[in-house]
Design a protein around this ligand. Structure first.
Ligand SMILES: *Cc1c(COP(=O)(O)O)cnc(C)c1O
Length: 404
């Protein structure tokens, strides 16, 4: 773990608004098809927001399940006392299946090797393992190919009869749900119906069938089945600008990335700024130093473009983003003259005080907003707030294990 880096919330901080997260859970639940529940996807430290506080807030607001990628992420939630059902789906040979069985995790199985490892672990533990069979309905990533489905289903059913496993779910994942009307989405749904039907005919009685991620949860009710697995929407970010802005769905961004200006100085015209001198001051001006860099997750690809609200206006990063810092050209206006060391600089937030959003940074870095929030590093403390009642809930020195 790199989570023990000493940090200061004054240098830079990611404020996590758990009130907004709860509101997002409620807004999402209100959109679900009748009978469908919500899985809060908290993989990768809740997309950089802090897995444990976000998991607790999501459950508080009515999420029924949690989802993680790795078993280690799921086990950490169990160790912290979370009792809700947790599905984890990214297994590698030799992973802690036995611990997963004992912790009562729902463990995804996409292939025969995984079924063998989990049944072996269940035998050793003397306990029935909860498994969910994952089908590849067209994503071409994890999941069992339709051609291999009969073998996997038959073996899983045999293991059920033998008492080593219980198949609690049948599931899959979309490739292009964020592109409205993409033909692969309807095709995947059709394959999913077929593969679920096949498994049920073979005697499997899943508790949950699920395929929808955030974009499908927001736009495709016929994909909701028993559960939707929402990640990005939970954090108040639209899965893609094409689908709309968060407010179109009643969502509010949860993370605000802010820093304090570390140095303000006057420089002459023609002064090169940062490595490679990719920016030269067009006139005498004032530069502001922002003490966050690519080690903190500020993408170097946004050099010269990333937007920052400082001194009453949105400025662009001047020159290259370095490991720990970057510079903005404050210009010479009265707003700029008022900027002093310690003044707030907001890289992104909900957007309602004129600050940029994670989506704006995604555009500036030619990536997706998922990557912008998820890559905020462990040197940036997560500060948990609840904007609904305005009080601070606690500072996570490493963003993990903080909050209530
Ligand atoms: C990450 C992930 C999700 C959540 O996707 P979002 O687009 O963030 O909602 C759901 N299911 C699986 C399998 C995932 O890997």
């Amino acid at each position: 773990m790199t989570g023990t880096v000493p940090t200061s919330p004054l240098r830079g901080r990611a404020e996590i608004d758990l009130g907004a997260l709860r509101g997002n859970v409620r807004a999402l639940r209100a959109r679900l098809a009748p009978g469908a529940g919500l899985m809060a996807v908290v993989k990768s430290d809740a997309y950089g927001h802090g897995a444990l506080p976000c998991a607790r807030a999501a459950l508080d607001a009515g999420a029924a399940w949690l989802g993680t990628a790795t078993p280690h992420e799921a086990l950490a939630l169990r160790d912290a006392g979370i009792r809700a059902p947790i599905l984890c789906w990214l297994w590698t040979p030799g992973d802690p299946w036995r611990e997963g069985v004992e912790a009562g995790l729902d463990m995804s199985v996409s292939a025969m090797w995984a079924l063998r490892e989990v049944t072996e672990a269940a035998r050793e533990a003397g306990r029935t393992a909860r498994i969910q069979l994952k089908a590849d309905t067209g994503l071409g990533r994890n999941g069992c190919q339709p051609a291999d489905w009969p073998e996997l289903v038959a073996a899983a059913r045999a293991a059920e009869v033998a008492g080593t496993v219980r198949v609690t779910g049948l599931w899959s994942h979309f490739a292009c749900a964020d592109e409205p009307g993409h033909p692969s989405t309807a095709a995947q749904l059709e394959v999913f119906h077929e593969l679920v039907g096949y498994a049920e005919k073979a005697g499997i009685e899943p508790e949950v069938r699920h395929i929808a991620n955030s974009p499908a949860a927001l736009t495709l009710p016929e994909s909701h089945f028993d559960l939707v697995r929402t990640g990005i929407a939970l954090y108040g970010i639209s899965p893609s600008p094409e689908l709309g802005v968060p407010a179109d769905f009643g969502l509010r961004p949860v993370m605000t990335l802010a820093a304090s200006v570390a140095l303000v100085k006057r420089v002459p015209e023609g002064h090169g700024v940062s490595y490679g001198h990719r920016y030269r001051t067009p006139a005498e001006t004032t530069l502001g130093l922002i003490p966050l860099g690519y080690a903190d997750g500020v993408p170097r690809h946004a050099s010269g473009r990333g937007p920052v609200l400082v001194g009453g206006a949105v400025r662009r990063v001047a020159g290259r983003i370095a490991m720990d810092q970057f510079v903005v050209d404050l210009g010479t206006g009265p707003d700029a003259d008022a900027v002093r060391e310690g003044a707030p600089a907001v890289l992104f937030g909900p957007g309602d005080n004129g600050e940029p959003t994670a989506a704006d940074w995604a555009e500036a870095a030619d990536t997706i907003a998922y990557e912008i929030v998820t890559r905020i590093g462990p040197r940036v403390p997560r500060v948990y707030v609840d904007a609904a009642d305005g009080h601070e809930e606690g500072v996570g020195g490493d963003g993990r294990g903080a909050g209530r």
